[in-house]
Each structure stands twice: as C-alpha cells, then as structure tokens.
Design a protein around this ligand. Structure first.
Ligand code: GAL
Length: 410
C-alpha cells in the first residue's frame, strides 16, 4: 500500500490542485487512526484543548494506521485535504514534503524552541531542509513488555525476566499453568513490531542499527539468525486465535489475565488505563531486559496539508500550538500511554511505566530510532512482507536471512 502511494504521489504531482474550499474560521478536520478505547480517550484531550482555544474539531477517525494514512494521502492528492493528518514519526510523510504538499509549522516550532527541546531522532524526522513539516505529539516506545500480574503469580513467576533466557522460561511457566503465554495480534504491522522488538532486545542495539543500515555481514551473522530463531520460537507461545487479531484485543487478553504478556508499544497502556487498571498493581511493564535495555523512539505527528486559504492556515497554526502546549501534552500523553515530547512538563504525576520511559530518555546511549526512521517506506514495506512470510510459513532461517538481505537493499 505504501509503495503504491509513492507512485500515486509521483504521478499526481503535476495535476495537484492546492487548496480546499474556503474553510470556516477555526474549523479543523483531523484524520487519525485512534479508534481503540484508550486512543479515543487520548485524542479527546487534544480535541478538548482545541475547543477550549475557540476551535471547532471535526473528527475523522479511520481504523488502522495504513488505511488512515492512505485516506489522508488520497485526499491531499485529490485536492481535498483535511486540515491535519496523523503519521508516525518516521519517513512516511517524506514524499509529500518533497512534493510540496504540506504547509510548514516553522513559526510554532520557533516559538516553542523545538530545536532545543526535541530529542534528536524526532527532530530528524520532522525537520526537512531546514523547515518543520510535522508536529510531534508524543514519544512512544514500540517494544515494551506488558504483563498480567495475576497470570505471572498463578504461573509462579517471581520476578520480571532480566534476560531472553529468563523470558522464555517465564513463557514455559505460563504455558504449564494453562495460560496463553503471549497475547499476539497476527497483522503484518504487529508482526514487524514484535520482530523489531526481538531484534533490539535479543540482538542488541548494534545489530539492530547494522541490519537497518543494510550491513549484509550482520544480516548473515549467527546473532541475527538467533533473532529469527527466537521470533519463530515465540510463535509457539501464541494461541490459535492470533491471526488477524487487533492489537487492542490482544491487550484485552492480558487485562483479563487470559494471557500472560504482550510485546507492544506503550499505546497498550492506554487500554489498561481505559479498563481502570493501574501500572504496578494489576499489570506490569518492562521496556526490555535489564537496566540498560535499548529504548526505541517512535511516535506520532500531525502534518498540515498545503492550502492557501487563510482561515484554514489559521486553524492549522492553532492546532499545532494546542497539540504541543504543556497542558495538552500532559493530559493527552497520560491517556495515550506515551511520554510528552517536552521535557519542561511536570512528570511527577505519571505512572511507573512512564517514569521508566522518562528515565530511559535521559540516557542518550539507550536511545534507538524506530526502524521507520532509518529506512524509506518501500524498504519498510518489503521487510514487513519478509517478516510476515517468515512468521506465517515454515520458511527456513537461512532463506529468511537471504530475503532480509535483499529487502534492505531496496
Ligand atoms: C501506532 C501509533 C500509536 C498507536 C498504534 C496503534 O502507529 O504510533 O499511536 O496508537 O499505532 O493504533
């Protein structure tokens, strides 16, 4: 889908009609994919902030990241863009930046000193040729482990696993206790996210970076083969209902204690919270194995499609300001499960998982960019296909190694 888009953008550039119909003052139509319980509660905080600032919020929620991004791009290319649209903090919107299809938010960025306050990987994703083309709203870490305290207790798991070996031993205990060890959503993007998590947490930060830089020696190494073998092994701990399951349905399995653990981004925490569970009480979280585990930086941004309509531009500026204001940042991120993009907000009220995230963010040596920041969307798409094939067939590790090697070449 992503690859089809690059093509569509290239072809349509010549015929791009910029600007929508005259916009109503302070009306903002926002395309996003936040449709789960936790996600809806979180975006509501941004909508409330926008309304409080005098705006009219028009919510265009579209289930599924790929579907929402496609819809946003189709609207832009078709000359009928929304006021704002969600993308991940990544290279997903680079084509539309290069195609001159977005308004920049330089003014808001300057006023808020983004050059100083934003972490380097986020800055790198949104600042292109000296201009700011997206508003970051959160820092998500896509490779957390979320577990049911009741399930761990029932299985006799005394402590959070500190190594991959301890992790698989804990999964064996859950299995023996009659609990589905791993809550898994078998959709390509989730398979890829879990694969990346094992690459970082079992393979390590160096291997992760080398693989995404296309280092063929690293891809053929025993360490990378071990990551693939571990990923295959993990499948043995998932249930028969996992194919095509939504990520939040997998989270529900951990919330109810039917499953032991889910490997997923911290947006999962939004679901626990929406179910009135508290971090450290009913559920636990660890961002990897041991105190120095790599902390992958990902997240969400909003882009502002090009328009020459003064009212629409005003709405875009107002949205950008509200989205990054300290009050909205705290309210939104508390419900979203992510941590704020600003370091100048009061984090004391945040839960133990967010506290771990904030501590990890202070140690630059732990920070790793999300894979979609490192490679272009077509390579992400090709790798996602490879990972999905490996997960869902009996393809050998050696054949998967060859396929990864070819995919990263683009
Ligand atoms: C991610 C996004 C998160 C999230 C998740 C599941 O792409 O960064 O904010 O909620 O999708 O919808």
């Amino acid at each position: 889908m992503i690859r089809k888009h690059s093509l569509a953008i290239g072809v349509s550039l010549a015929v791009l009609a910029v600007g929508a119909a005259h916009a109503q003052a302070n009306r903002a139509e926002v395309i996003h994919w936040w449709t789960s319980g936790g996600e809806s509660a979180a975006i509501q905080e941004i909508a409330n902030g926008y309304k409080a600032a005098g705006g009219t919020w028009v919510d265009s929620a579209i289930a599924g990241g790929e579907a929402a991004r496609s819809a946003a791009i189709n609207r832009i290319v078709g000359g009928n863009p929304s006021t704002a649209a969600q993308f991940n903090t990544s290279q997903q919107f680079l084509d539309i930046v290069k195609g001159g299809m977005l308004n920049n938010v330089d003014e808001v960025a300057k006023k808020n000193d983004w050059d100083k306050i934003l972490p380097a990987p986020i800055l790198k994703s949104i600042k292109i040729d000296g201009h700011f083309y997206a508003v970051p709203v959160n820092i998500h870490m896509p490779a957390w482990f979320w577990y049911s305290k009741a399930a761990f207790a029932k299985a006799g798991i005394a402590a959070e696993p500190k190594t991959p070996e301890e992790f698989f031993a804990a999964l064996d205990k859950l299995k023996a206790a009659g609990i589905t060890p791993v809550a898994f959503g078998g959709q390509p993007w989730q398979e890829k996210i879990v694969f990346d998590a094992l690459l970082a947490h079992i393979g390590g930060a160096d291997l992760y970076l080398k693989v995404y830089k296309g280092d063929q020696k690293a891809i053929a190494s025993p360490e990378f083969k071990n990551v693939l073998a571990s990923f295959r092994k993990l499948k043995g701990y998932t249930d028969a209902g996992s194919p095509n399951r939504n990520w939040n349905d997998a989270t529900s399995m951990v919330i109810s204690g039917k499953a032991g653990v889910q490997i997923m981004g911290d947006w999962a925490k939004g679901e626990f919270q929406a179910a009135k569970q508290t971090a450290g009480k009913e559920f636990g979280c660890f961002p990897g194995f041991g105190p120095k585990a790599p902390y992958i930086i990902a997240g969400d941004v909003f882009v502002f499609p090009k328009t020459s309509d003064a009212a629409a531009i005003k709405s875009q500026q107002l949205l950008a300001t509200v989205m990054t204001s300290p009050a909205t940042q705290v309210a939104f991120n508390n419900k979203k499960g992510s941590i704020p993009i600003r370091t100048d907000v009061d984090a004391k009220a945040m839960d133990i998982c967010a506290q771990q995230g904030i501590a990890a963010m202070k140690d630059v040596s732990r920070q790793l960019p999300n894979s979609e920041m490192l490679v272009a969307p077509d390579i992400t798409g090709a790798l996602q296909d490879v990972v999905t094939k490996f997960w869902n067939t009996n393809q050998s590790v050696d054949d998967a190694v060859k396929a990864v090697g070819a995919a990263v070449k683009g």
